[in-house]
Design a protein around this ligand. Structure first.
Ligand code: AP5
Length: 213
């Protein structure tokens, strides 16, 4: 299965991709997570990406296309994968086509801008292992401490309300046109993202199972 999650920043792509990855035993590939890891270790890629990510802009197409080409060539992708946060522009989607990759299903998680802004201010991330939490919907057992590894929880720099508004504007201008791109290929399904996490997961499983036959 080759699956793709589309949706605004904070729509729940990473949350759902993690569940789908565990259920169907395919890796979830998040360009955002790869960029954050590179930024925290200060690699050349991280230095290049930092200024774009922190102001809510997209990292240049050629950089993320290079990341994805390299990642998809790894052995664990041979039985399928989930793309979370890639492609984000029509040029990136065309690059995926040019690599000969045919997606089986593209799931767009739909949440209104107002709900996104509220949600993002409550997201917390483990600075050590990257696990994602939400103060109300996915709280940790001990406040401020990651359940998985004991690391400290932080707020992502790009989750500040003013940056979230820029990310939303970038999404509407540059990424939302991908819905038409994949609808034209009969691959797109829309999923209402303002419900409980579990009910969205169940809807997504049923969409995937109907494609798997
Ligand atoms: P990236 O990390 O991909 O950020 P994003 O798309 O903006 O998405 P998020 O990770 O913020 O949100 P999500 O949809 O995964 O939601 P989540 O599940 O965490 O990218 C970051 C940056 O990197 C970009 O801005 C860009 O600069 C750069 N970048 C990345 N890919 C790129 C590309 N291809 N091209 C160019 N640049 C690129 O959920 C959010 C919160 O809500 C969590 O706290 C979660 O617990 C909670 N939550 C989830 N579901 C629900 C629910 N149903 N109800 C209530 N709360 C919920």
């Amino acid at each position: 299965m080759k699956l793709m999650f589309l949706g605004a920043p904070g729509a729940g792509k990473g949350t759902q991709a993690e569940k789908v990855s565990a259920k169907y035993c395919i890796p979830s590939i998040s360009t955002g997570a790869i960029l954050r890891e590179a930024m925290s270790t200060g690699t050349e890629l991280g230095v290049k990406a930092k200024s774009f990510v922190e102001k809510g802009a997209l990292v240049p197409d050629e950089v993320v296309i290079g990341i994805i080409k390299e990642r998809l060539a790894q052995d664990d992708c041979s039985n399928g994968f989930i793309l979370d946060g890639f492609p984000r522009t029509v040029a990136q989607a065309e690059a995926l086509d040019a690599m000969g990759i045919k997606m089986d299903l593209v799931i767009s998680i739909e949440v209104s801008d107002d709900d996104i802004v509220k949600r993002m201010s409550r997201r917390r991330l483990c600075e050590k292992c990257g696990a994602s939490y939400h103060v109300i919907h996915i709280p940790t057992k001990v406040e401020g401490i990651c359940d998985a590894c004991g690391g400290n929880l932080i707020t992502r720099k790009d989750d500040k309300p003013e940056v979230v508004l820029d990310r939303l504007s970038t999404y509407h201008k540059q990424t939302e046109p991908l819905k038409d791109f994949y609808a034209a290929k009969n691959l797109l399904v829309l999923v209402e993202g303002n419900k409980s996490i579990d009910s969205i997961t169940n809807t997504i499983y049923s969409k995937i199972d109907s494609v798997r036959g």
